[in-house]
Structure formats: structure tokens, C-alpha cells
Design a protein around this ligand. Structure first.
Ligand code: URA
Length: 254
């Protein structure tokens, strides 16, 4: 994933508050290291996660983090909430995760706790929706997933109170007019799994979208579970409340 890039000389000049001429000298003298390699090129492009050291002084050292969480029902997708526990609270209680390693969230006092301060949620779920929630500190990555132009698919398993009718399939494909927003929803796919269960794929994420769509048929949603975002699928070995880092391959899947 490409993060937003900027020029090394600009970064150092701004960071150390020295003129670019002086930065050029530092580079020529081999006093700057980027990601463990001596940097001499003033045009070198860096991003928010490049590790930059000048004369032994760390100017930037930030690790990109990408996490998948199996959100349980009853947790809020927010960083803070007065009434409910949030997905960030949940991660904070989770012992430190290793790359690709699944960690149970049984609390171990003073254990290495997950660093959550700079994480944000990529596409929220409602309080009573469960399933895949992505979290990251890479704003470019989340922007791409969330941007309407990229039309990233979000797939949900929906359980309904009443039987599903075949006519829903076409209605979902045609879209629904949402008067509050003054928009018609993008074509969505509905696959009937059984009399009361369907798989729904959306390319957008309007407020309570799936519940409102089924609401048009006066068929209440009794359970909603997100299975995937783009080609990132919820790891089915993660129990509700468990999380793990995304693999390098998964990060590039959206
Ligand atoms: N649609 C909903 O109604 N709720 C969600 O959490 C996600 C999609």
C-alpha cells in the first residue's frame, strides 16, 4: 500500500528547522539514514512510516499497523463512549499481538498491551452488528477503503425475522431511495441462503443501510454479521472479541 509521500529534504528541513541548503550538506556527508540505509538523494521520497535518523537522532519512527477484529454484538465502533465498551477498549485489554498471531483477549495485568492511541476504525458497524472490523494508523489505506470511487465490497450475513422473498433480489439490485440523504443506494447483491438468511454485498456504507433496506419489506433484521471488506475475510478462527494483525498479503487485498 502506498502511503502519502513527501521529499526527504523537506521533511528534515521542517523537522530540524534548518534551511534546505544545510540538509543537502547533511545528506552529502552521509549523516542521514532512511530505513537503515544511508540516504544521499535530496529527492528521496519518504512516507509517514519511513524510519529516519539524522546524526543518531531518531526523527521519525512509526510503524504502520493493520488489525482485524471480530467485533462482538454490544461493542461500539468508536474510540470513546460513555455508555458502552468500545472496540478500542477491547483491543486495549488484549495482550500484545504478534504478526499473524491470534491472541486471546483474556486480560493479563501488566502484560504488553496493544498500542491503540493512534488507531482508527475503517468502516464502523452498528452496536448490534458483529463481525469484521478493520483498524489502522495508516490514513491513506483507510481512505482508499472508504472512498466511494473505489467501491470496495462489504459482505454481510443477515438473519431476518420473516421469510425472505425472491422479489428482494431485484429490489436490492435496483437500489432504494433514501429520502433523508436524498440518494438512491448503489446496486447491491442479495443471495438467499435459506428461508430467513441472506448474504448481502454493498459497495457503500450508509447509516443502518441493511436494516433500512430490509425495512422496506417490513422484515426486521435480527442478526447482522460482516464477513469481508474487499478481499479481506474475517478469519474464522477468531472468536468474538479476538483480533490479529493483517498479513502482508491481506494489507494489499483492498
Ligand atoms: N448495515 C447496517 O444496518 N448496520 C451495519 O452495521 C452495517 C450495515
Amino acid at each position: 500500500m502506498q502511503s502519502k509521500r513527501s521529499r526527504l529534504d523537506r521533511f528534515i528541513s521542517r523537522h530540524l528547522q534548518i534551511p534546505k541548503k544545510q540538509v543537502r550538506l547533511l545528506l552529502a556527508q552521509g549523516r542521514v539514514m532512511v530505513d537503515g540505509v544511508i540516504a544521499r538523494d535530496i529527492d528521496l521520497q519518504i512516507d509517514q512510516f519511513s524510519h529516519i535518523i539524522c546524526d543518531g537522532l531518531v526523527l521519525q519512527q512509526r510503524q504502520a499497523r493493520y488489525i482485524m477484529l471480530n467485533k462482538p454484538v454490544g461493542m461500539v465502533c468508536a474510540t470513546k463512549d460513555d455508555k458502552h465498551r468500545t472496540v478500542i477498549d477491547l483491543l486495549k485489554e488484549t495482550v500484545n499481538y504478534s504478526p499473524n498471531g491470534i491472541q486471546p483477549n483474556n486480560i493479563q495485568p501488566n502484560s504488553n498491551q496493544v498500542q491503540c492511541d493512534d488507531l482508527h476504525i475503517v468502516g464502523r458497524l452498528d452496536l448490534n452488528t458483529s463481525g469484521l472490523v478493520l483498524l489502522t494508523n495508516d490514513g491513506q489505506w483507510s481512505k482508499r477503503i472508504m472512498s466511494p470511487e473505489h467501491k470496495v465490497n462489504k459482505r454481510y450475513l443477515v438473519t431476518l425475522k420473516n421469510p425472505i422473498d425472491e422479489e428482494y433480489v431485484q429490489a436490492f439490485a435496483d437500489g432504494f431511495y433514501f429520502a433523508f440523504e436524498g440518494i438512491t443506494t448503489l446496486p447491491a447483491t442479495l443471495e438467499i441462503v435459506s428461508s430467513h438468511r441472506a448474504l448481502v454485498t454493498l459497495q457503500e456504507g450508509r447509516y443502518h443501510q441493511i436494516k433500512r433496506m430490509f425495512g422496506r419489506f417490513r422484515n426486521p433484521v435480527v442478526a447482522l454479521h460482516r464477513l469481508s471488506v474487499g478481499d479481506i475475510r474475517l478469519d474464522d478462527t477468531l472468536l468474538p472479541g479476538q483480533s490479529r494483525q493483517l498479513t502482508a498479503d491481506e494489507i494489499t487485498l483492498v
